[in-house]
Design a protein around this ligand. Structure first.
Ligand code: ADP
Ligand code: GLC
Length: 482
């Protein structure tokens, strides 16, 4: 049985700010179902400790950067799956978000917090009581763990997954000096990156295997346009880099049983959608027009997501008969732009700000089409939820969107290529034409709803990736537990 230490700063339902959390919540379950023994390791954010009183204190934890009162907490989740938390109250138990305070200002000590977390993960990976075969790390917050393990012998295999290369975990030299890391890591071939330290390089340089969350993004990040200055390194490591498309938890995301919908429904009977659509129109202050094509957005409001393109397209007279419900939170300039659009088109454009999972389910279950005009998108999960809920996705051809949404006679959505307003506008015009032919629309919807986005296939691909690092002739346990 393969033992996997799964190291992440976010995992649903414990702590999340977006897709990273959803993937790290659902992939460990799928791996456990495939027979892996998985320990899901997170920082013990105060909000988790408050909600899960059954957490058990296992033992004290010591590692560089961890305060002396630190401990390992545990909670069994499912057969083969246990939650592990690094409890260091001074670092992780504070009001506010995972990375920032209530006012949205990043915690000044984030580098120290996540260096300590990465050190704890490396210490746990080498502890005598439970030795993993593989340590699987995710994004910059965990980037130092593969670097810390690289020099150890024997040691588990390390896998680093890139969910978003735009977040590199940068800090300055003075902060780097406080991290208790080897001084020679301040080197462009290690952690140094244009005069700063980039945590993500710990994963990109030192992990045995690299993966990212779609085959398309795996190609894109090897180019200067998408590589954030790391494309050269990724080209160098291309032989060890693989794209594996994300899956979704189809038990949580199931329109037939979703408790957040006003009316559940399934592919064979979509009657409930009309009721959900009216509920969305009502909660977003839109006119109750069943015949209007209702577009939706559930998104972080950032430059990445291309929401500004959509706002511009919705001002064009060609889209005057489309309604749009926007659920999002993010950069103030984009929130202001959304507010301005709502003010200019009352009853036609509606918005709700904040992170509201329950409302997001209702949106997917009530809108007719989902807009995702991302400038880049490592994978994206919203398009999967939309397809499963019968909301036709309108996406830009990039990363995981290009891998999962296709336009054409056997397609499942609408796709535009260059990230320009005119190209999105043309796609929205094609969407309207499709909406006017309700027979074609139903067929398009049905093709999306019939697709399988469960983790089954992708979890197998991760397992194969783990195994690719272990000598095939030796049973995996013989490596570390002999
Ligand atoms: P990213 O992780 O880049 O934000 P993904 O598409 O992978 O993009 O995942 C985003 C997830 O976060 C989706 O499940 C989406 O429904 C959810 N989400 C984004 N914004 C909100 C919001 N304001 N309220 C509720 N859920 C949201
Ligand atoms: C990141 C990406 C998103 C991806 C998610 C989960 O947040 O922006 O595209 O779906 O990670 O892998």
């Amino acid at each position: 049985m393969m033992r996997v230490l799964f190291v992440t700063a976010e995992a649903t339902p414990f702590a999340q700010t977006g897709g990273l959390g959803e993937v790290c919540g659902s992939l460990p379950k799928a791996l456990a179902q495939l027979g892996c023994e998985v320990r899901l390791l997170l920082p013990a954010y105060g909000s988790i400790k408050a909600r899960y009183p059954a957490l058990r204190r296992v033992r004290p934890l010591t590692a560089p950067g961890l305060p002396p009162d630190s401990a390992l907490l545990a909670l069994p989740l499912a057969p083969g799956l246990e939650l592990w938390l690094v409890d260091a109250p001074a670092l992780f138990d504070r009001p506010g978000g995972l990375y920032s305070d209530d006012a949205g200002r990043e915690w000044h000590d984030n580098p120290l917090r996540f260096a300590a977390f990465a050190q704890a993960a490396a210490a746990l990976a080498q502890a005598a009581d439970w030795r993993p075969d593989v340590v699987h790390c995710h994004d910059w917050q965990t980037g130092l763990t593969p670097a810390l393990l690289a020099g150890q012998s024997p040691r588990p295999a390390t896998v680093f997954t890139i969910h978003n290369l735009a977040f590199r975990g940068l800090c300055d030299r003075a902060t780097f000096e406080q991290l208790q890391l080897p001084r020679d890591w301040w080197d462009w071939q290690k952690l140094e990156f244009h005069g700063q330290c980039a945590f993500i390089k710990g994963g990109l340089v030192f992990a045995d295997r690299l993966s990212t969350v779609s085959p398309g993004y795996a190609e894109e990040i090897k180019t200067a346009d998408f590589g954030y200055g790391l494309d050269g390194l990724l080209r160098q490591r291309a032989g060890e880099l693989q794209g594996i498309l994300n899956g979704i938890d189809q038990t949580v995301w199931d329109p037939a049983t979703d408790p957040h919908l006003r009316a559940p429904y399934h592919a064979g009977d979509l009657a409930g959608r009309a009721i959900n659509k009216a509920a969305v129109q009502e909660s977003f202050g839109l006119a109750l027009r069943p015949e209007a094509c209702l577009l939706g957005v559930v998104s972080r409001l950032t430059d990445q997501k291309g929401i500004d393109l959509l706002l511009a397209a919705l001002r064009d007279p060609a889209t005057a008969d489309l309604q749009c419900a926007i659920l999002g939170s993010g950069e103030p300039w984009l929130e202001d732009a959304v507010r301005a659009l709502v003010a200019d088109f009352p009853g036609r454009i509606g918005a709700r700000f904040g992170y509201d999972t329950a409302l997001s389910h209702l949106v997917y279950g009530g809108i007719d089409a989902f807009a995702m005009p991302s400038r880049f998108e490592p994978c994206g999960l919203s398009q999967f939820y939309s397809l499963r809920y019968g909301a036709v996705p309108v996406v830009r051809h990039t990363g995981g969107l290009a891998d999962s949404v296709h336009e054409g006679p056997t397609g499942n959505g609408l796709v535009f290529h260059p990230p320009f307003v005119g190209d999105l506008l043309a796609a929205l015009v094609r969407l309207k034409a499709c909406w006017q032919d309700q027979t074609a629309w139903r067929a398009l919807q049905a093709r999306g709803m019939a697709q399988d986005f469960s983790w089954a296939r992708s979890a197998e691909a991760y397992l194969a990736l783990y195994r690719s690092r272990l000598p095939p002739e030796v049973p995996s346990h013989a490596l570390t537990h002999a």
